[in-house]
Design a protein around this ligand. Sequence first.
Ligand code: NAD
Ligand code: TYD
Length: 342
Amino acid sequence: MIRKNMKLLVTGGAGFIGSNFIRYVLNKYPQDQVINLDSLTYAGNLENLKDFENHPNYKFVKGDILNSELVAHIAVDCDIIVHFAAESHVDRSVLDPFSFVRTNVLGTHSLLEVARQLGNKRFHHVSTDEVFGSLSLEDENKAFHEETPYDPKSPYSSSKAASDHLVRAYYHTYGLPITISNCSNNYGPFQFPEKVIPLFITNLMEGKKVPLYGDGKNVRDWIHVDDHCEAVDLVIRGGRIGHTYCIGGDSEKSNYELTMAILQGMGFGEEMIEYVKDRPGHDRRYAVRSHKVQAELGWQPKMNFEQGIKQTIDWYANNGGWWQRIKSGDYKDYYEQWYNRK
Ligand code: NAD
Ligand code: TYD
């Protein structure tokens, strides 16, 4: 049963996927109401939802998900908490694991506790396929699915795995009505230019080379953010309580193939690649089987990669101000730390 006229508390709605999700929901269900709770870390940006600032059914609240008093106050008359807020960048988790434990583990736990105290609020947890660990390049037919054992490898994926376990524990122990979605690598408009696709596109627009890690053979399964938002929307309105749904883009690419697609799409050649030191513990391959969400909720990714990457390149070309403001901020300090790491 698809539910309409919902009041949603979205955490992390000023980030990449959360802002795309709020736009998706308010366009599709004009009667829905959305409260966006975001503490505006380096990755949160109110410009992402500027066009919704004066929307009568949208409200932004600046705050930390660990502030349970605030969360209880704004969640009390909401139908569901859709939880996107997280520290999301693997490389940053190598430099500063504690902020990942704080927000992703303790923050998720704090939200669960509030949801329980408010009489068991409906709770959806947005998670990642990275909790399943790493596949080998040789086992081409293997892919993650809902029954795959957890085997996270990075501080980021471990913190997301821990939060997934807590979400399930609240279902089994307290009957909290939860769902979880584990999605593959997203790309599209408003992605912070530290993630590989927007970093490479904007570097090329600045006349810089693109830093490809290791041998460039690591594989990711790319999904357009609109397809992810549609899947989350279907799960929150029609997914089975207590269940997990894996969501993939059906579009596996090695980082080299991905880089060549970006270079060619922007009229550059291979000479713009700079091979750099690998990420420590770099997961080799991710791939996701989305059979369950397809069979139960009729979801399919709609955007093919060639169209999606072209749309994304065009978006960054047309929104230079957005990413230039980010790249001229404290962004440089992070790169200094990252490239000078021991
Ligand atoms: P993002 O880094 O772009 O945005 C995260 C948002 O959360 C930011 O707006 C930030 O200000 C906010 N936030 C961080 N800590 C907070 C706190 N303590 N309290 C309140 N707000 C806080 O991340 P994203 O790429 O949009 O990812 C969103 C979610 O989707 C995350 O949970 C991530 O694990 C998951 N996910 C991401 C991908 C991907 O490819 N990006 C894939 C699968 C799952
Ligand atoms: P990223 O966008 O950080 O997502 P994740 O690590 O969560 O999959 O990276 C995607 C892939 O691109 C990953 O295999 C690491 C690689 N990568 C580079 O080669 N160079 C870069 O500068 C970055 C940021 C990532």
